[in-house]
Design a protein around this ligand. Structure first.
Ligand code: AFD
Ligand code: MN
Ligand code: MN
Length: 427
């Protein structure tokens, strides 16, 4: 099920005149600063962020989950939904799978993804839930569990994710564990970290040469007192201990409030350990809200660092961009399109920063003007650049409007029976 190309075309035709006039005005504005708008369109066209397969289902909280119309029944439906996101935005060419949630024949998955012009991004392992028939429980941890048999089971699972990923032509494994403790004194934090490291060494040694391993930290939840991979410091230690194929993944929602995430980005990149991102936004904790819905300036500042690092390190700097969000009150396809565009917007806005002028103001300690340079880029409305990049690749000028015009939800709902709303949700 994909969106009819004629529908997208008609959608674009009705908006074309306004688009062209906005584009021309912005082009003139940028040219005054010596920036060629077409080079930014090309840059936007090259941008891609991965969609998490789990993101296309309606999320929930620990209180309730309210299912939406035409929710995906399985990973093949999820791929269809991801196909729609990419078709309309042209900014989400890959999907990130979670095993065992998406555990289906990898050859069939690969075929369907290719038919939708999708590839696969990092594989995600799940050792934070017990699966039916699983011999050892993860109630008290997985890769860091006190019992060797449980650790081995978790190691095996991660290795299996790599195996599946090979067929899918994924090139990375993201490891996030819920391991930690709920009470002071419950665990020996040093020994627990050692057990985790030993287990991760084994996962790492199963990694193909051209793969990367991302370690994802999270300050709390489901463990509420301490977590094994609590912060970027722990994550950096792990990645350094494991070796060159290991690096850190920064999920924007996994920090203490008010932490300066762009500074973390700068530090990790400086030491070659910034592997990638899970983009989302938050007000209080791991809220998993749409990217840039709460603090667009923070997202911009993260990209400001990324563009700066890209200029210094060149082609070899290629962090993995993924979304990781949960949609409790919106249509997941709409929210994911919205987020993909917001991340792409931050990337383009950050590319507008006059880096030469900024460097001069920084060198001369002109704090006010340095901050003005940053703000000027952030305030620039780059919509018409993003629209042009989408349109040229077959996407829609306004993806959310086009999605609604297509009636996709109602059409797929005919094949996808309604899911029950009972029970708690997955945070
Ligand atoms: C967690 C992490 C992680 C994980 C996901 C599962 O952000 O990326 O894969 O949720 O739902 O909070
Ligand atoms: Mn995440
Ligand atoms: Mn999270």
């Amino acid at each position: 099920m994909r969106i009819d190309a004629d529908l997208i075309d008609q959608h674009n035709q009705t908006r074309l005149a306004a688009q062209q006039s906005d584009f021309q005005a912005l082009g003139e504005q940028l040219e005054r600063n010596g920036t060629d708008i077409n080079s930014l369109v090309n840059r936007a066209a090259q941008f891609g962020v991965a969609i998490p397969s789990w993101g296309v289902g309606t999320g929930g909280t620990r209180f309730a989950r309210f299912p939406g119309l035409g929710e995906p029944r399985h990973v093949f439906d999820k791929l269809d939904d991801c196909g729609v996101i990419h078709q309309l935005t042209q900014a989400a060419p890959t999907v990130s799978l979670h095993i065992p949630w998406d555990d289906e024949d990898p050859t069939a998955l690969k075929e369907q993804a290719s038919s939708l012009q999708l590839g696969f991004d990092a594989m995600n392992s799940n050792t934070f839930q017990d699966q039916t028939g699983q011999p050892h429980s993860y109630k008290f941890g997985s890769l860091s569990h006190t019992e060797q048999a449980t650790r081995e089971q978790a190691i095996e699972h991660n290795i299996r994710c790599i195996e599946i990923g090979k067929t899918l032509e994924s090139k990375a494994l993201t490891v996030w564990v819920g391991d930690g403790s709920n009470f002071p004194g419950q665990v020996n934090m040093g020994k627990q970290f050692d057990r985790y490291l030993q287990a991760m060494h084994q996962v790492y040694s199963a990694l193909p040469d051209d793969w990367q391993l991302f370690t994802e930290h999270k300050i709390y939840e489901p463990a509420f007192y301490s977590t094994v991979v609590q912060d970027w410091g722990s994550s950096y230690l792990i990645a350094t201990e494991l070796g060159p194929k290991a690096s850190c993944l920064v999920d924007l929602g996994h920090h203490a409030p008010n932490v300066n995430i762009e500074m973390i980005v700068s530090r990790l990149a400086r030491f070659g350990k910034l592997g990638g991102f899970h983009f989302n936004d938050s007000k209080y904790g791991d809220d998993d809200l749409d990217s840039a819905s709460i603090d667009p300036f923070r997202l911009f500042l993260v990209f400001n660092e990324l563009v700066d690092i890209e200029l210094q390190q060149g082609e070899k700097f290629r962090p993995a961009y993924m979304l990781d969000q949960s949609h409790n009150v919106t249509d997941p396809i709409e929210s994911l399109m919205n987020s993909a565009i917001e991340v792409q917007r931050a990337f383009i806005q950050a590319s507008l920063v006059d880096r030469e002028a900024l460097a001069e103001y920084q060198e001369s300690n002109d704090a006010l003007m340095a901050s003005q340079i940053i703000k000027q880029a952030f305030r620039t409305n780059v919509d018409s650049i993003l629209q042009r990049a989408r349109m040229q690749a077959g996407g829609a000028i306004d993806p959310i409007a086009a999605f609604r015009e297509s009636n996709y939800r109602n059409l797929v709902a005919k094949e996808r029976p309604e899911v029950s709303g009972a029970g708690g949700g997955i945070v």
